[in-house]
Every structure is written in structure tokens, then in C-alpha cells.
Ligand binder design. Structure first.
Ligand code: GRF
Length: 226
């Protein structure tokens, strides 16, 4: 048996330039018989919405038919205006309960004849009204490697726990928050000098990669179901 090279252990196990491990990572971007019609929901800055839009201009065979926001004037709405995407405001403060808000969302998406809906930073809990109308066709992006760090401030939770790897997850939405079937994940290293902002930014960059990819993968199933 040849002797192990004693230089091998001097190589770093993980290079500092390693951005993320994405999985599933193999496969071509699918083309469909007709472009996938998408609805998108966002509450905040909307960087995931814009990444999704950018993907539709390149390798994602889809169109964003409508963006729904719940915070008038939020970054996502401003991005939609700049990108020329229809944007509807359903301000949650105008609805007496979560179900009524979700009914309004369903009406908007049905009118736009979307085949799937993407929660791209939607900061409200959704109800069976929306989940049932788009069963298996509602995708969420969450800034952790689920099932770790569900719920609010997943990045803060990861920093507090002292994990060396965290990441992001695109998953199907089911009744219990942040628990539905995983579609794609990116594992992101936590660096020694990371703070909340630097780690959030590194995770965000990966969200922008895996969310369009997850939509493309599920789109195949949605098209097959008709
Ligand atoms: C993302 O971190 C996403 O994981 C979470 O909300 C954030 C939205 O960011 N659900 P942005 O508005 O897309 O920039």
C-alpha cells in the first residue's frame, strides 16, 4: 500500500473561497410546452423577487404574471415598477383575519391564471385557504438549512447556536410553518468574523440561486399534472 503523502494534510479542508454547496446541483434548466405562469408574494426588499425575474429573462422558462405585496411602498413593489411587473397591494392591515387576506391572494392569482406561487420573503403566516388552493404549488424560501432554525430570525438563531454551516432552503409550503418537503438547499459556511449582516448577505446570494432552480424543478411536476 503506498504511503500517504504527508503533504496532503497541509491543504485546507475547506477553502475560504467556498461559497456554498448547492443540492440538487445536476440537471438542465427545463423548457416547458408553454412558459410557466407564476405568482409571487413579497413583503420586504424583494431581492429574491428580482432574482426570480432575472432568471425568467435567462434560463427559467417562466413569466411572473403578478407580484402581491402586503406592505405598500416596500422595496419589492418599487422593483416591480422598475421591472414592469404587475403589482397588487393587499395590505394585511385592511383585512380582519389571515383567511380573508389569503382569499384575496387566491382571487388575484386565479385571475392571473398562475400555475404556481412563490413566497419570496412573505412575512405573514399563510392559512389553508392559500395552501389548499395551491396544494404542492406554493414554494417558500427560508434562510436556514431546514429543519434547523425554523421561524423568525433564522440567521440570528444560527449565529447564537454557533453552527459552522447554515444556508437556505426552498421548500413546498404545508400547514405547519417551515416544515414542508424540501426542493433545494444551499449549505453556506459561517466564517469566524461573521456578523448578522455578513452572514445574511452570503445566504441571500445563495437564495437567489436556489429559488429559481427550485421553481424550475417543481414546474416540471406542475406541467405534468396539467
Ligand atoms: C429572505 O432571507 C428569505 O429567506 C426570507 O425573507 C427574506 C427576503 O429577502 N423568507 P428579500 O426581500 O427577498 O431580499
Amino acid at each position: 500500500m503506498p504511503a500517504l503523502s504527508n503533504t496532503s494534510h497541509r491543504k485546507p479542508m475547506v477553502g475560504q473561497d467556498l461559497d456554498a454547496l448547492v443540492t440538487p446541483a445536476q440537471g438542465d434548466w427545463p423548457r416547458y410546452t408553454t412558459p410557466l405562469r407564476l405568482g409571487v408574494m413579497a413583503s420586504g426588499s424583494g431581492s429574491n423577487f428580482e432574482a426570480l425575474f432575472a432568471a425568467t429573462q435567462q434560463h427559467l422558462d417562466a413569466t411572473i404574471e403578478v407580484l402581491v405585496v402586503n406592505n405598500p411602498g416596500c422595496g419589492a413593489q418599487l422593483r416591480a415598477e422598475r421591472l414592469g411587473v404587475d403589482c397588487i397591494v393587499h395590505d394585511h392591515r385592511q383585512y380582519t383575519n389571515r383567511e380573508d387576506l389569503d382569499s384575496a391572494l387566491v382571487s388575484t392569482f386565479e385571475a392571473a391564471q398562475v400555475e404556481g406561487v412563490v413566497m419570496a420573503g412573505w412575512m405573514r403566516i399563510v392559512t389553508p385557504v392559500l395552501i389548499g388552493a395551491y396544494q404542492g404549488r406554493l414554494i417558500n424560501i427560508h434562510p436556514s438549512l431546514l429543519p434547523s432554525f425554523r421561524g423568525l430570525d433564522a440567521v440570528g438563531q444560527a449565529l447564537k447556536a454557533g453552527v459552522r454551516l447554515t444556508g437556505c432552503t426552498a421548500h413546498i409550503v404545508t400547514a405547519e410553518v417551515d416544515t414542508g418537503p424540501v426542493i433545494a438547499q444551499a449549505a453556506v459556511p459561517v466564517m469566524d468574523n461573521d456578523d448578522h449582516q455578513s452572514l445574511s448577505e452570503r445566504i441571500h446570494r445563495q437564495e437567489h440561486r436556489i429559488l429559481p432552480w427550485a421553481v424550475a424543478l417543481k414546474g416540471r411536476d406542475w406541467k405534468a399534472q396539467g
